[in-house]
Structures are given as structure tokens and as C-alpha cells.
Design a protein around this ligand. Structure first.
Ligand SMILES: Cc1cc2nc3c(=O)[nH]c(=O)nc-3n(C[C@H](O)[C@H](O)[C@H](O)COP(=O)(O)O)c2cc1C
Length: 370
């Protein structure tokens, strides 16, 4: 049954179906989710972002104990912006929210923890993780380190130029991220003075496919079998789904998050810098309404995320989605109910095959002599 869907990418990466579960930082992507997707014939991905080196090592060991199949470990490599000169105005606005949540005022001096990406990558490579994926850039030394250890490298891009750069820097696969996608934009260089590229998946994927010789994975707004077949029709070798996997039983998405995904629509998200300092597609919430009403610019990346971290955590504890940092894509009405990840992969495959089946009679008709 999977033959119609199987691509060369599947045999290259030792998977049955051209379905990649997107890495989703924020604590939602559990090792159980990654292993379940891989065991079901897709490619699971674990985000390293905001995990300690030890926590990453443990998560990889958990995945390894649950599957012998391939999986990816992912890194957001956008370097921190320059430290903000003054966080007081932003913290004053956030303090109003804190007062409602019973939290003390936020700190007026923000210090980022040192980056542990190099150590994390070392742990992943030492453990023999077969695929390393990067978003927000394509750092050549990290790509080379991954290659030297025998891993293959995926780089997520948002334009054709980024795809060409990623291929030149050694990416084995580029992941073309349309503007529909939930989460951070993977755009390499984001300056306040620069317009954010906003190319949709339908337009981006075939142009990237035409521009590079490595396999392309489509991502952004793909929620069901129709989307997977569409991605393959555009020339992609696989489809990467994020939001759709948040509703699986193995995901750690909290109930309020799940409820928003299940009840919201194609217009419920927007791209904003105000949650982390870098553009990300997120649910419009009371917190975002307030920050927007303040007229303030976001603090630089990732200072904005650190400034409001206590609020996001308290909101999770209270189950109040209005003050969480909730990222999601535009395909929300297609999210359907909660299922196990293996069942989701299976139903995606069935849907995709059903769509392919609908094209078969058209081919027959087209080939009839007139
Ligand atoms: C909650 C959430 C967190 C995400 N975190 C990451 C991440 O850590 N690394 C990454 O490469 N992509 C991340 N993404 C983006 C995904 O890789 C992918 O581009 C996106 O989910 C595709 O759009 P979709 O959600 O409509 O399927 C995240 C997406 C979501 C929804």
C-alpha cells in the first residue's frame, strides 16, 4: 500500500513513509512521540532547544531504547541578537500581566545562559544520531562536524536563496518552510530593517525543488493526506508536519493548548516577534493583544522569550492559554481529534493513498484514444 507514496528519500533514510514529524521546542516533543513516529514508519525529530546537555542525552537514550529506527535531533542556530540597552519599558507592560497572575515584577537585567549547542551536538553525534537538522541558519562548522561523525544534515529554509546557500554549505536535504508553518520562521538573517520573506508552501516548494539538487522536504500547513500528496506533487521528497502531531497522545502539549488547536481556525494565528524576539507563527492571545497595544517593539532574540518566561510557565501551571507562548500553523481546522502517533501516521498514509487512488481514473481517461 505504501508503494505509491514511497520516495527515493524513504529508501535513503530507511523509512517507510515520506512523513517527518517536525521538531517542536517548548517541551511538547517527547522522546515517546519521536520513537512512536519512527516505529510507525516515519521520521521522528527531537528538538534540542532549551534542553540541558544531560536532558538531551537522556532523551536520546530514551528514544534509542524505544526504537531501532532513524530519527533526527534539531537545533535552532539563530545567534542571539545584541543585548537590549533597556528592558524596563517591556517589563513594565509584562508586570501588569504578572500582577494578574500573582507573580513578582520581572528582572530589569537579563542575562542569557551560555549557548550549549556545541556540547549538545557533540552528545547527539557521539550517540550516533543519524540525522541532524538545523533551523534559522546553516553553520558550516556544525554541518562539517555532523558529516565527519557520519550524520546527515537537514537545513530548513524559507527562500530559494537560502536553499542554494544551504546546499552550498553541505546540507543533504533542505526543508522548505512555507509561511503557513507554525513556530519560528527559519529565515537565516532577520534584521528589524528587513522584510520577512513570506512565501507560501505551494509557491516555495517547487521553486526550491528546481533550484537545488538535494532532496526537499515540504513543511507548513500540511495536516492530512491531501497535503502530503500535494507536497509530493510539487516535487518534495517528504512532508514535515508539526501542528498535527501536537494533538497526539504522546505529545506533551497541555490540555489548554490542545483545546486551542482543536477549536481554532485558519485565521487564529499570526506571525509575531513579541513572544521570543524572532518572528514565529503563534496563536493570537490576550498576552499578544496587550503587547501589541503597548506599541513597544519586541526585545531582541531571544531576550523577549527570557523576559516573559516566568509568565509562560505560570500560565502553563494555571492552564491559561491566554498567557502561554503557543505556536501553531494555519491548518487548524484540519487538526481533528487526539490519536496515538502511530495511528496518526497510519491514517495519514491511508488518506494519502486514497487521494492518489482518485487520480488513477483521471490518468486512464486521459490516455483513452479520442
Ligand atoms: C510548537 C512548535 C514548535 C516548533 N519548534 C521548532 C523547533 O524547535 N525547530 C524547528 O526546526 N522547527 C520548529 N517548528 C517548526 C516546524 O519545524 C515546522 O516548520 C512547522 O511545524 C510546519 O508547520 P505546521 O505546524 O503547519 O505543520 C515548530 C513548530 C511548532 C508548531
Amino acid at each position: 500500500m505504501q508503494d505509491g507514496l514511497s520516495t527515493r528519500f524513504c529508501s535513503q533514510y530507511g523509512i517507510r513513509y515520506p512523513i517527518v514529524q517536525a521538531p517542536m521546542a517548548g517541551g511538547w516533543t517527547t522522546p515517546e512521540l519521536v520513537a512512536a513516529v519512527t516505529n510507525a514508519g516515519g521520521l521522528g525529530s527531537l528538538p534540542a532547544t532549551r534542553l540541558s546537555v544531560d536532558a538531551l542525552r537522556d532523551a536520546i537514550a530514551k528514544i534509542r531504547s524505544a526504537t531501532h529506527g532513524p530519527f533526527a535531533v534539531n537545533f535552532l542556530v539563530g545567534p542571539p541578537d545584541d543585548a537590549p540597552a533597556d528592558v524596563n519599558a517591556m517589563q513594565l507592560v509584562l508586570d501588569e500581566v504578572r500582577a494578574e497572575l500573582g507573580l513578582p515584577p520581572g528582572p530589569r537585567a537579563l542575562r542569557l545562559p551560555p549557548s550549549v549547542i556545541a556540547e549538545q551536538l557533540g552528545v547527539a553525534l557521539e550517540a550516533g544520531v543519524p540525522v541532524i537538522s538545523f533551523a534559522m541558519g546553516c553553520p558550516s562548522p556544525l554541518i562539517q562536524a555532523a558529516h565527519s561523525a557520519g550524520a546527515r544534515v537537514f537545513v530548513m529554509v524559507t527562500t530559494v536563496d537560502e536553499a542554494i546557500e544551504a546546499e552550498r554549505f553541505g546540507a543533504d536535504v533542505v526543508v522548505a518552510q512555507g509561511i503557513e508553518a507554525g513556530g519560528h520562521r527559519s529565515t537565516f538573517q532577520i534584521g528589524l530593517d528587513k522584510d520577512l520573506p513570506q512565501v507560501g508552501t505551494l509557491a516555495l516548494v517547487p521553486q526550491v525543488v528546481d533550484a537545488v539538487s538535494v532532496p526537499v522536504i515540504a513543511t507548513g500547513g500540511i495536516m492530512d493526506g491531501r497535503g502530503i500528496v500535494a507536497a509530493l506533487a510539487l516535487g518534495a521528497s517528504a512532508a514535515q508536519l508539526g501542528t498535527r502531531f501536537l494533538l497526539t497522545t504522546e505529545s506533551a502539549a497541555v490540555p489548554a493548548y490542545r483545546a486551542w488547536i482543536a477549536s481554532r481556525s485558519e485565521t487564529s494565528t499570526r506571525i509575531t516577534r513579541l513572544l521570543t524576539g524572532r518572528p514565529a507563527r503563534a496563536f493570537q492571545s490576550r498576552l499578544l493583544d496587550r503587547l501589541e497595544a503597548s506599541g513597544l517593539d519586541a526585545l531582541p532574540w531571544p531576550y523577549q522569550a527570557f523576559a516573559a518566561d516566568d509568565i509562560y510557565r505560570a500560565a502553563i501551571q494555571r492552564g491559561d492559554a491566554e498567557y502561554m507562548s503557543l505556536l501553531a500553523g494555519q491548518g487548524l481546522r484540519l487538526s481533528q481529534g487526539e490519536v496515538g502517533a502511530a495511528q496518526l501516521v497510519e491514517s495519514l498514509v491511508q488518506e494519502a493513498n486514497a487521494v492518489l487512488g482518485r487520480f488513477a481514473p483521471m490518468e486512464t481517461t486521459a490516455s483513452l484514444p479520442s
